[in-house]
Design a protein around this ligand. Structure first.
Ligand SMILES: *[C@@H]1O[C@H](CO)[C@@H](O)[C@H](O)[C@H]1NC(C)=O
Ligand SMILES: *[C@@H]1O[C@H](CO)[C@@H](O)[C@H](O)[C@H]1NC(C)=O
Ligand SMILES: *[C@@H]1O[C@H](CO)[C@@H](O)[C@H](O)[C@H]1NC(C)=O
Ligand SMILES: *[C@@H]1O[C@H](CO)[C@@H](O)[C@H](O)[C@H]1NC(C)=O
Ligand SMILES: *[C@@H]1O[C@H](CO)[C@@H](O)[C@H](O)[C@H]1NC(C)=O
Ligand SMILES: *[C@@H]1O[C@H](CO)[C@@H](O)[C@H](O)[C@H]1NC(C)=O
Ligand SMILES: *[C@@H]1O[C@H](CO)[C@@H](O)[C@H](O)[C@H]1NC(C)=O
Ligand SMILES: *[C@@H]1O[C@H](CO)[C@@H](O)[C@H](O)[C@H]1NC(C)=O
Ligand SMILES: *[C@@H]1O[C@H](CO)[C@@H](O)[C@H](O)[C@H]1NC(C)=O
Ligand SMILES: *[C@@H]1O[C@H](CO)[C@@H](O)[C@H](O)[C@H]1NC(C)=O
Length: 455
């Protein structure tokens, strides 16, 4: 897998601007990058499905990465999952009768892992976090991501069957994949960027440990989120609907709670009252199943291309827009004349952690830089015509590079546990195979350049 992520490593075009930051600029930044791609697994919405999160996972899944596990490598597709902290793979168990891989939709699309076939399989002792538990053994193996080998990664083996699928957990919990990369000295902080349109040739990607300034219209707008909720969230100021040449209509939001960021749900859910105002303005019907409370916003599919509007979500100074025509999905059957609108009202629940969810029809238009050290996310609109890559390490300071936000003055960065996991090697098969970051290693900033040259 050749990756176009890091094309210009040696010829930094941005020395001058980089020097304004305290962020490490090395000749070869300690980052690990790979392509993201979308995968639709369509199944029309049916009775019992709700418009809110959960249901649409099975309707449409997106944001996948290709990795390989074991020796020799077993290739696999995995969901890049903000909601999980485990590295989970489907595995066929010959001891019990469960469906074989090719009988299962996710497994046949994404692949499964056969531990017996891998000579690098191992086990690791994990201490139980329950009061009654002692430690137990979990399987481990080598994972190759974007040309970089990550040794002894704990692998969570899943039986084949709904609702399991391969997933690379990216959540804020300190076992998730970004932390695994820090533990092995491959990146400096539990952080990553994720961007782009995951449809074919969309140029989407994920870059652990860094940002790529070429991919967005900067600066990033950064916001704090609460890690204890277990996922990444964002504050939304308002949303707008815009018809060509007209003044945009603003929909203010009554709730001040944050919005869960999703790379797997296509439906965006926003506070009910604001969504219903928009439905009224745009003649979207709010309906329910026979005799039940309305819960779905539906409209004739024919309106997808006969109308031309833009819907924008406004996060501080960042505006993320989606075309009207990208907000339709057939309702009930693929050839239905009725479509579900991809902005739906959130279920009202005073105790809910979030006001709603930002789904992929918006997150596919965003650049997102997430730093778990300080629990900040920086976002910006994508640059549709990115030039040469311009990569900066996120580093382990209290900020995100190239971002404006109310950052703390200092933080306690995550440090890897002792004893440290076995050091990893890195192969040089791909552009994104960044050499290992050495603790106390070489810094090639502007100030350091002369020093390095003097060696
Ligand atoms: C991921 O793997 C699948 C199956 O091997 C392949 O068809 C696809 O092109 C790969 N995508 C990327 C972005 O590498
Ligand atoms: C896993 O690999 C072993 C060794 O090659 C093989 O005997 C076994 O049938 C495989 N299991 C499955 C479920 O394919
Ligand atoms: C690990 O690999 C070895 C062969 O290298 C195999 O004998 C062993 O069964 C594998 N472990 C498991 C749990 O399958
Ligand atoms: C993604 O890109 C494809 C083609 O490259 C385009 O048709 C589609 O509208 C884009 N989707 C989004 C959400 O930008
Ligand atoms: C995060 O949420 C937890 C649980 O609701 C709460 O106790 C804590 O104060 C919050 N932290 C911040 C910084 O808001
Ligand atoms: C829709 O509106 C945008 C500008 O708002 C314009 O660029 C585009 O050409 C229009 N598309 C159609 C199909 O009218
Ligand atoms: C909505 O907000 C924008 C600023 O983002 C403003 O230009 C516009 O006039 C507002 N629309 C109305 C109808 O007030
Ligand atoms: C609103 O949409 C319904 C069908 O969804 C249609 O019957 C009605 O005429 C539309 N009203 C307006 C004002 O466009
Ligand atoms: C919200 O939480 C409070 C206190 O835990 C509880 O009494 C109340 O029933 C909850 N309300 C809902 C709608 O769940
Ligand atoms: C990971 O988090 C747990 C609590 O959730 C904590 O006990 C543990 O020390 C943390 N590990 C590291 C290496 O920070």
């Amino acid at each position: 897998m050749r990756l176009p992520l890091i094309t210009i490593l040696w010829a930094w075009s941005n020395w001058a601007s980089a020097s304004a930051h305290t962020f490490p600029v090395r000749d070869v930044p300690a980052v690990v990058g790979m392509e993201l791609y979308g995968r639709e697994i369509s199944r029309p919405l049916m009775k019992r499905d709700t418009a809110t999160v959960g249901a649409d996972m099975t309707t449409y899944v997106s944001n996948f990465v290709n990795v390989s596990i074991g020796t020799p490598p077993q290739p696999m597709g995995m969901l890049a999952d903000f909601l999980s902290d485990t590295f989970s793979v489907l595995t066929e168990d010959t001891h019990v009768t469960n469906p074989s891989c090719h009988d299962n939709r996710y497994c046949s699309l994404l692949g499964s892992y056969n531990i017996t076939k891998s000579s690098s399989n191992g086990t690791k002792e994990v201490s139980s976090d329950t009061w009654y538990g002692s430690s137990y053994m979990v399987p481990t193996d080598v994972i190759t991501v974007g040309g970089t080998q990550v040794n002894d990664v704990e692998v969570d083996l899943l039986a084949i069957g709904y609702p399991n699928w391969n997933s690379m957990g990216l959540s804020p919990e300190n076992k998730s994949f970004p932390y695994q990369l820090v533990d092995r000295d491959l990146i400096r902080s539990p952080s990553f960027s994720l961007w782009g349109n995951t449809s074919e040739s969309g140029g989407a990607g994920i870059l652990f440990g860094g940002i790529n300034k070429a991919k967005y219209h900067g600066p990033l707008q950064a916001f704090a989120f609460n890690k204890t909720y277990g996922t990444v969230s964002l504050p939304l100021s308002r949303f707008q609907a815009h018809t060509e040449l007209k003044v945009p209509t603003n929909y203010t939001l009554s709730s001040s709670k944050p919005y869960m960021l999703s790379t797997q749900y296509i439906i965006t859910t926003l506070p009910r009252e604001a969504v219903l105002r928009m439905y009224k303005d745009y003649n979207i019907s709010f309906v329910g199943w026979d005799g039940e409370e309305p819960q779905f916003g539906l409209l004739p599919c024919s309106r997808q291309y006969t109308e031309n509007h833009t819907i924008s979500l406004i996060f501080g100074d960042a505006t993320i827009s989606t075309k009207w025509s990208d907000l339709f999905i057939p309702w009930g059957s693929p050839d239905s004349e009725r479509c579900e609108f991809l902005i739906q009202p959130e279920k009202e629940n005073v105790n809910a952690t979030y006001s709603g969810t930002i789904g992929t029809s918006f997150s596919n238009h965003m650049y997102m830089a997430i730093n778990y050290n300080n629990a900040f996310i920086g976002i910006a609109a994508l640059n549709e015509n990115p030039g040469s890559d311009d990569i900066l390490e996120i580093g382990d300071g209290p900020e995100i590079p190239d971002a404006v936000g109310d950052f703390p003055t200092s933080i306690v960065p995550y440090t890897k546990p002792t004893p440290t996991p076995t050091a990893s090697t890195s192969t040089s098969t791909g552009l994104a195979s960044m050499p290992t970051y050495m603790s106390g290693g070489m810094f090639v900033g502007v100030a350091g350049a002369a020093l390095v040259a003097a060696f």
